[in-house]
Design a binder for this molecule. Structure first.
Ligand code: DCP
Ligand code: MG
Ligand code: MG
Length: 350
């Protein structure tokens, strides 16, 4: 099963700016003087109706629709929403792999299609109900096919592609709709006169391997409905953090310890519930002039000690409280391993 959030950054913004709902707007603009520069990171569905989409220069988007609304990106907020999405998916107990900030592959094992569809409906409803965000879900006989089903289900849909439906689902589609085929690969395939997935399936596999190496073999297999890739949890790429505005701006670390304590408790509650061990502890200070600084340290051994996080956070933050008043503080841990299995392997080296 593949879950991908619909117009993710824009949907997150609609949550906290209800006045944006249903309006054409984009996330990702920044201004330089009076000029609008940069590219669109994502657009609301109302903006997509005008052809405004990710990676388009902002200036062009405004040319297409001068009344376009825009919001500057707020990455920590999207990361936090992403963590909530992933945590919610994990509650179901299946292995999940976060494939990007807004999508995950879920390993349903040998579950039947009907049961998988029911699960997809239930997950989709729960994401909407608890987080207020729309998503789409695809179910298929491999990671790539589930992702393609999810793409085809967008927006706000569910699509189950059974093994016997897979060939007709894929055949007419362009090679670019295969996960892993970007603009460059697409062009190189076109140079070989291969445009569609059906065409890819009829191509000479040796010529594909010649051109693309192992990717060539993979693509040929995908075109034939074979995808054996596994869902892998990437615990080490995650970080878990919380931040909070202080009740009053602070100049000394002892004025922040209550907030640090509760941030530590919140972070550690999530760490413990996931059974992670970590090696990196970091803090962040946001100053009254809106600049911010971070500091982090790596411990010798994997740990899940709340006391260590708390005392380290105090020590690190003290080093950041030498200048302007501090308005907001954050605590974050990262470099995880799952507690079961890998613990011994890692601590043997330390
Ligand atoms: N993103 C970005 N720059 C890009 C593409 C995406 O910053 N060139 C960010 C913004 C997106 C988020 O990643 O909201 C997720 O990317 P998706 O490709 O899943 O796109 P959306 O979720 O925005 O839309 P869709 O409903 O098509 O999934
Ligand atoms: Mg998305
Ligand atoms: Mg995505």
């Amino acid at each position: 099963m593949h879950v991908d959030m619909d117009y993710f950054y824009a949907a997150c913004e609609e949550l906290r700016h209800p006045e944006l709902r249903g309006r054409p707007f984009v996330v990702g603009i920044y201004k330089e003087g009076d000029k609008l520069r940069g590219v669109v990171q994502t657009s609301s569905y109302a903006a997509r109706k005008f052809g405004i989409k990710s990676a388009m220069p902002t200036a062009m988007a405004f040319k297409i629709y001068p009344e376009l609304g825009y919001v500057a990106p707020d990455d920590p907020y999207y990361e936090e929403m992403s963590r909530r999405v992933m945590a919610l998916l994990r509650e179901r107990g299946f292995p999940i792999e976060a494939m990007s900030i807004d999508e995950a592959a879920v390993d349903l094992g040998a579950m039947g299609y009907d049961e998988a569809r029911k699960l997809a409906v239930s997950v989709k409803n729960e994401v909407k109900k608890r987080l207020g965000l729309p998503c789409s879900i695809g179910v298929g006989t491999g990671k790539a096919f589930a992702k393609m089903a999810c793409d085809a289900a967008k927006p706000d849909g569910i699509l189950v592609v059974r093994r016997e439906e897979l060939a007709s689902f894929m055949d007419g589609k362009k090679v670019g709709s295969l996960p892993g085929v970007g603009k460059k690969t697409e062009e190189r395939l076109r140079a070989m006169k291969i445009d569609t997935i059906a065409g890819l399936g009829r191509a000479d596999p040796m010529a594909l391997i010649d051109q693309f190496g192992s990717l060539g073999k993979e693509l040929y297999m995908l075109a034939h409905g074979v995808d054996d890739s596994k869902v892998v949890e990437h615990a080490e790429t995650l970080s878990i953090g919380r931040e909070r505005t202080l009740p009053r701006d602070a100049t000394r670390v002892d004025e922040t310890i209550d907030v640090l304590k509760s941030l530590t408790d919140e972070v550690m509650k999530e760490v413990h519930s996931r059974g992670f061990l970590f090696r990196n502890i970091g803090v962040k200070a946001k100053y009254a002039d809106f600049t911010e600084r971070i500091r982090s340290t790596t411990t010798n051994n994997y740990t899940d000690s709340s006391d260590l996080v708390y005392s380290t956070a105090i020590r690190l933050l003290r080093g950041l409280m030498t200048g302007p008043r501090v308005r907001k503080v954050g605590v974050r841990v990262s470099r995880f391993v799952a507690e079961k299995g890998q613990k011994k392997l890692f601590s043997a080296h330390t």
